[in-house]
Design a protein around this ligand. Structure first.
Ligand SMILES: NC(=O)c1ccc[n+]([C@@H]2O[C@H](COP(=O)([O-])OP(=O)(O)OC[C@H]3O[C@@H](n4cnc5c(N)ncnc54)[C@H](O)[C@@H]3O)[C@@H](O)[C@H]2O)c1
Length: 254
């Protein structure tokens, strides 16, 4: 049974999921084939993702393509309770509540694993870590999965290097359509959006320090500059530091 904040929020969540579909034609198109072929029939998929409308739509496509889907958040602060309720009302098992503390968050990850998924979709590596922390007697032969983000991939590489990665994981972050767009433009926008919603300050005229000129840092620097901020970049990689400098930013030691 799903663990969500309030089932009465489901209508609002379903409305958001319905609305977001029109912005996701690629997933819709890819999904059509898999729904027709029932690609995931008989398989269980466990997801730990930022639980909002776009990822909820992915969960629904997987379900319609035959899978039993179990979803939790990958950060309790990004979980949207109405979307969680909407997704649960559409037949996905959801264990996610906005703002829960560490212990409850870990419990929600374990709730997903209690269903013994065949495949996992991870964002940051917490679901895989929860699996690895299970006693050997409680593990099952998981087929594999995919990892969404830079930090999760770093964790995977460390596991692989020390021969502790028990099954194959696909590195989604290396897909150009991920880091070029989601990291740079998505995070570039959402980081500023979060700061603005939290502080309500004017960006123009402020000094913004961006630590790291990777994919996300480039996007954040570009957007902050566009809004009139003075942007300073700190970067440990000398080539990226030069790139930031040639892009017009001040580069300084942290
Ligand atoms: N929330 C989201 O939507 C979202 C999306 C994408 C990525 N992320 C996260 O954002 C972070 C950055 O991702 P990315 O794809 O930009 O990574 P990246 O590897 O492209 O960039 C990180 C940069 O930081 C630099 N760096 C490392 N240590 C530093 C230090 N001490 N001082 C200054 N610079 C330093 C590195 O040299 C590198 O250029 C990761 O944690 C990733 O998981 C979040």
């Amino acid at each position: 049974m799903s663990i969500i904040k309030d089932a009465n929020l489901a209508a609002s969540g379903r409305q958001k999921i319905e609305w977001v579909k029109s912005f996701m034609p690629t997933l819709t198109t890819i999904g059509q084939d898999h729904i027709k072929n029932q690609t995931f029939a008989g398989l269980k998929i466990g997801m730990s993702i930022h639980l909002e409308a776009k990822t909820a739509y992915l969960a629904l496509i997987l379900k319609e393509a035959g899978a039993k889907v179990y979803a939790t958040g990958c950060n309790p602060l990004s979980t949207q309770d109405d979307v969680a309720a909407g997704l649960a009302s559409l037949g996905v098992e959801v264990y996610a509540i906005h703002g829960v503390l560490e212990e409850e968050y870990r419990d929600h990850l374990n709730q997903v694993l209690n269903n013994k998924p065949d495949l996992i979709i991870d964002d940051g590596g917490d679901l895989l870590e929860a699996y690895l922390n299970l006693p050997d007697s409680q593990k099952w032969p998981l087929i594999g999965g995919c990892e969404e983000t830079t930090t999760g991939v770093l964790r995977l590489k460390q596991l692989a290097k020390s021969n502790r990665l028990p099954f194959p994981m696909m590195n989604v972050n290396d897909a150009r359509c991920k880091h070029l767009f989601d990291n740079r433009y998505g995070t570039g926008q959402s980081v500023l959006d979060a700061i603005l919603h939290t502080t309500n300050v004017l960006v123009a005229g402020k000094t913004v320090v961006v630590a790291g000129y990777g994919w996300c840092g480039r996007g954040i620097a570009m957007r902050a500059h566009g809004m009139g901020a003075r942007v300073i970049v700190t970067e440990v990689d000398p080539v990226k530091a030069i790139e930031a400098n040639l892009d017009g930013f001040e580069v300084m030691q942290m």
